[in-house]
Design a protein around this ligand. Structure first.
Ligand SMILES: C[S@@+](CC[C@H](N)C(=O)[O-])C[C@H]1O[C@@H](n2cnc3c(N)ncnc32)[C@H](O)[C@@H]1O
Length: 252
């Protein structure tokens, strides 16, 4: 798949949680794109916008990965560090990295290709479409959302990815014993994530009421997920003194 350069055209009717799609690829990342995109980047049919997925399209994971295995989906996978680390540590599972930002996609392709991992695929698409329609209902073992863009200015809060609507879509793609893992270093977003998932009939918070923090005594936050490699976003948050909040939700 080769997304055309330029702005998101035509524009979507709904607000999206991302602001950047394109960016220059350095020679190494362009090389990785040219070498690995054919094999690792999913060529999905588009709908109304460049990052959309045709709502009629369904991923055939068995055909894509050449086997039947548990599927872990990382939403907003950035430069791919978490998904690549997890895929190397768990070769018996398959991993789908979902990212809109072309340089992030290229970096992920470079890492997956360099390690010769066969259990990772990347899709350059809006995660709302991926979890909403592209992934067959009940087909996913885990959905991960780590350090989503915080959109912390009050006029931007509406752009946050984790909303009641997203919770409904994530619940739809998860298998009955499925898990939704989230992490953020923005305390108010952590509370939003906890409250959105608590209000959903589809999830049970594994740490409900536990690990209360100074920010919010009602708790509900999990210990740090050991399977998550430290990325630059987590490191940056910690460096400026922010606390990192993890959530683990079981599909009810
Ligand atoms: C702050 S970064 C965190 C990246 C990564 N999870 C990490 O911890 O290093 C958030 C990423 O989510 C991507 N993103 C935001 N909204 C998205 C969406 N709706 N679909 C796919 N990717 C999205 C952005 O392009 C960005 O790369």
């Amino acid at each position: 798949m080769a997304a055309a350069e330029g702005p998101e055209q035509p524009f979507r009717r709904r607000t999206v949680s991302f602001s950047r799609l394109d960016g220059r690829l350095n020679a190494r990342h362009q090389g990785a794109w040219d070498r690995f995109a054919g094999e690792l980047l999913l060529d999905v049919p588009r709908g109304e916008a460049r990052t959309s997925v045709d709502p009629a399209y369904r991923l055939d994971a068995a055909a894509t990965f050449g086997r039947t295995a548990p599927l872990v989906v990382e939403v907003g996978s950035g430069a791919g560090d978490a998904v690549v680390h997890a895929a190397a540590a768990r070769p018996e599972a398959d991993f789908l990295a979902v990212e809109v930002y072309r340089p992030g996609v290229a970096q992920t392709l470079a890492k997956v290709g360099a390690q010769g991992l066969t259990n990772v695929r990347v899709v350059q698409a809006d995660a709302v479409d991926v979890v909403g329609t592209m992934l067959p209902r009940g087909s996913v073992e885990q959905v991960w959302v780590f350090f989503p863009d915080p959109w912390h200015k009050s006029r931007h809060v509406k752009r946050r990815l984790v909303t009641p609507e997203l919770a409904e879509l994530v619940a739809g793609c998860l298998a009955p014993q499925g898990l939704w893992r989230l992490a953020t270093d923005w305390a108010d977003y952590a509370v939003q994530m906890r409250d959105v998932t608590a209000a959903s009939p589809h999830f049970t918070n594994r740490y409900a009421g536990r690990l209360a923090s100074a920010h919010d005594p009602r708790g509900g936050f999990a210990p740090r997920f050991e399977g998550r490699v430290m990325t630059r976003f987590e490191r940056k948050g910690l460096a400026v003194g922010r606390q990192v909040f993890d959530l683990v939700l079981d599909r009810a």
